[in-house]
Design a protein around this ligand. Structure first.
Ligand code: AMP
Length: 218
């Protein structure tokens, strides 16, 4: 089963995708996390993508789609959750095409809907783990304040969570990514979930919408 998580920056895609991937024993493929890890590692990919990310622009499709194709080729699980990919119609079509060649397809698309002023509030107060990318914020505080509950990594504020870059990322989201809502609605794959509640209640709603409760370890 292949699931796409769609939503604006700050909608809680990363938090929910990581959680649902764990519960469904699915591979969590987050392009933003992969890019940030490459930047931290200082490798060629990191050097290529950094200049786009700091501006809040999308990384060119050839780099992003190439990265996803590499991951698809070595998928360890029969289920995968795509988080932050696809980000535009070209990427969505490239993903559909690649899966089609393997007689597979995206099964469902979870669209997490959150009002714009709430997105800005969340992003301006978001801190993430430098090591495992777990996000924290006013609604999901870390126990220590400076270190990650999960791996004890150092927390930092993403450079692209600065107010000006946040505005740019939201603009990019509405012009490039939001049209995917219609694209997947027309394919009758879209599941719309209200993302304004607590992490637990949103996760609960996603599991119900997916109709996958039977797969979750009791
Ligand atoms: P995210 O962690 O999903 O918010 O992504 C952070 C940044 O990584 C984005 O603002 C883009 O610069 C880049 N990025 C992540 N996923 C993609 C994608 N699918 N296509 C292009 N750029 C991406």
């Amino acid at each position: 089963m292949y699931i796409v998580f769609l939503g604006a920056p700050g909608a809680g895609k990363g938090t929910q995708a990581a959680r649902i991937a764990k519960e469904l024993v699915a591979e969590h493929i987050a392009t933003g996390d992969l890019f940030r890890q490459a930047i931290e590692a200082g490798n060629d990919l990191g050097k290529k993508v950094n200049k786009y990310m700091v501006k809040g622009a999308l990384v060119p499709d050839e780099i992003t789609v190439g990265l996803i194709m590499e991951r698809l080729a070595v998928l360890a699980q029969t289920r995968a959750i795509f988080d932050g990919f696809p980000r535009n119609l070209e990427q969505a079509k490239a993903l559909d095409g690649a899966l089609d060649k393997q007689n597979k397809a995206i099964d469902r698309v979870v669209y997490i809907r959150v009002a714009e002023d709430e997105l800005v509030r969340r992003l301006s107060k978001r801190w993430i783990c430098r090591n495992c990318q777990t996000p924290y914020g006013p609604d999901i505080p870390s126990r220590d304040g400076n270190r990650c509950d999960r791996c004890d990594g150092q927390l930092y504020q993403r450079p692209d969570d600065q107010p000006e870059t946040v505005r740019k990322r939201l603009k990019v989201y509405f012009s490039e990514t939001a049209p995917l809502i219609e694209y997947y609605r027309q394919q009758e794959k879209l599941l719309e979930v209200d993302g304004s509640g607590s992490v637990d209640s949103v996760a609960n709603n996603i599991i119900s919408a997916l109709g996958e409760r039977q797969f979750i370890a009791q």
